[in-house]
Design a protein around this ligand. Structure first.
Ligand code: GLU
Length: 274
């Protein structure tokens, strides 16, 4: 009996806390009448956009939340935006914006608009820890390479190494598995993403970043093509993200543990909205 009463009391307390938590959440300045906003992020890129159970973490996630709060768009409802699906997710209105290691390019600007850049990365290579034969993009001839469909990484490397044997998967996580199993010899994408994988417990001692970047990737916030008003609001939020110190805090928190240091030009000043 005693035990039973204790259990009931504990449940009541827990429920009370739960409600208090909810109330706090909807009172957040970001929530517009308790609404939600669909935001595209990566789900499998540690340090940038990572889904861990019900939780989402990473630098891109911090920025996604910051913008939702600043612009009072509602509570973020995160949607996975794999590289090849990003333009479609935006142009069909399935997401309001995407923050997912999304490089600003002229080709993409035909279908979507961008606010930013908010970060500058560079394309690099991830190889097995004991591989001494791949030292940069120039040593890829005859090697099996992996990247994500619809990424600038895949397109850049095809242009630079025309005879490369490239496998294109939906996600970089699939490439990491292929690299570890020996199905491919290298994975190519942004150094930010590769640093995150190399630092993951399951990959430690098994893979390494080559450390010779061969592109400039300007990360932007993807949004509906021609929505200049929204682009302007996001740009203002980006500027505040940097000036308030949140940018540095987020970089230190999420990229620091992987030993990643942002390169020259960071944090960049966002361009004017066209
Ligand atoms: N930043 C590059 C891109 O936007 C590679 C990373 C990615 O696929 O998200 O394509």
């Amino acid at each position: 009996m005693k035990f039973g009463r204790f259990t009931v009391a504990a449940v009541a307390v827990t429920a009370g806390l739960g409600l208090a938590g909810c109330g706090g959440g909807s009172a957040t300045p970001g929530a517009s009448g308790g609404g939600t906003v669909k935001i595209g992020i990566k789900f499998d890129q540690p340090g940038l956009g990572l889904k861990a159970g019900a939780d989402f973490t990473g630098m891109d996630v911090d920025l996604a939340r910051y913008i939702a709060t600043e612009l009072k768009l509602g509570t973020p409802d995160f949607v996975e935006a794999v590289s090849a699906q990003r333009e479609t997710l935006i142009s069909t209105g399935q997401v309001k914006y995407i923050i997912g290691t999304y490089s600003i390019t002229d080709a993409r600007k035909e279908k979507v608009s961008f606010a930013g850049p908010y970060f500058i990365a560079g394309q690099d290579l991830l190889v097995r820890a004991d591989d001494m034969s791949i030292t940069g993009v120039e040593s890829l001839a005859g090697k099996k390479l992996c990247s994500a469909k619809g990424s600038t990484s895949a397109n850049n490397v095809k242009a630079k190494v025309p005879d490369v044997n490239l496998q294109e998967y939906q996600t970089y996580t699939l490439c990491v598995d292929a690299l570890k199993s020996g199905a491919v010899d290298a994975l190519t994408t942004d150094d930010t993403i590769l640093a995150g994988y190399a630092a993951q417990e399951a990959n430690k001692g098994k893979v390494k970043v080559v450390g010779k970047t061969f592109s400039t990737e300007n990360y932007g916030v993807g949004l509906a093509k021609g929505d200049t008003a929204f682009c302007q609001q996001v740009t203002d939020a980006l500027k505040k993200f940097v000036s308030s110190g949140e940018w540095q805090k987020s970089v230190d928190k999420h990229l620091g543990p992987a030993g990643y240091k942002p390169g020259a030009g960071n944090p960049p000043a966002p361009a004017a909205c066209a």
